[in-house]
Design a protein around this ligand. Structure first.
Ligand code: CMP
Length: 141
């Protein structure tokens, strides 16, 4: 069954002009783009988006980083999309990511690990609705 996920191209990849490279690799891997936009998150928005991590020691740094510059948020669709995309991007820590993955090739450390990806179908729905209305996505169905 087709499923959706949300990915965010993180600030360093945007400022280093890797948007095109990353999108091209995502598309070539068979993920369909249903929605895409560039945003500069406020610290409050980043806090809200990453609320599930609020007890983690890296929460403050993550919020600062994700609100430090423009990011590109993308809704993707594919069979088994959440799991397939997480496998495609590689491990959270780019140093441990498999060769040929985008986190290995474009990530520099665990915080700037190239892209965010939803970790479950339920979280994907919440994260997609954080940035996109149903109306934004319906034209692409
Ligand atoms: P992301 O997919 O955006 O989801 C949460 C982010 O927290 C994760 O990618 C990492 O960039 C960041 N992070 C920072 N430190 C850690 C850590 N020790 N373990 C997991 N995630 C971390």
């Amino acid at each position: 069954m087709k499923e959706r996920t949300l990915t965010i191209i993180k600030p360093e990849c945007v400022s280093q002009k890797h948007i095109g490279d990353i999108i091209q690799r995502i598309e070539k891997a068979g993920f369909e783009i249903l929605g895409i936009r560039m945003v500069h998150l406020s610290p409050e928005e980043a806090k809200q988006f990453y609320l599930v991590h609020k007890e983690r020691p890296f929460y403050g740094d993550l919020v600062n980083y994700m609100s430090s510059g423009k990011v590109v948020v993308v809704v993707l669709e594919k069979e088994n999309c959440v799991e397939a995309f997480r496998k495609f991007i590689g491990s959270t820590n780019p140093e441990e990511a498999e060769p040929g993955t985008i986190r290995k090739d474009f990530g520099t450390n665990i915080q700037n690990n190239c892209v965010h990806a939803s970790d479950s179908p339920e979280n994907a729905r919440t994260e997609i609705s954080f940035f996109f209305s149903q109306r934004d996505l319906i034209l692409n169905q």
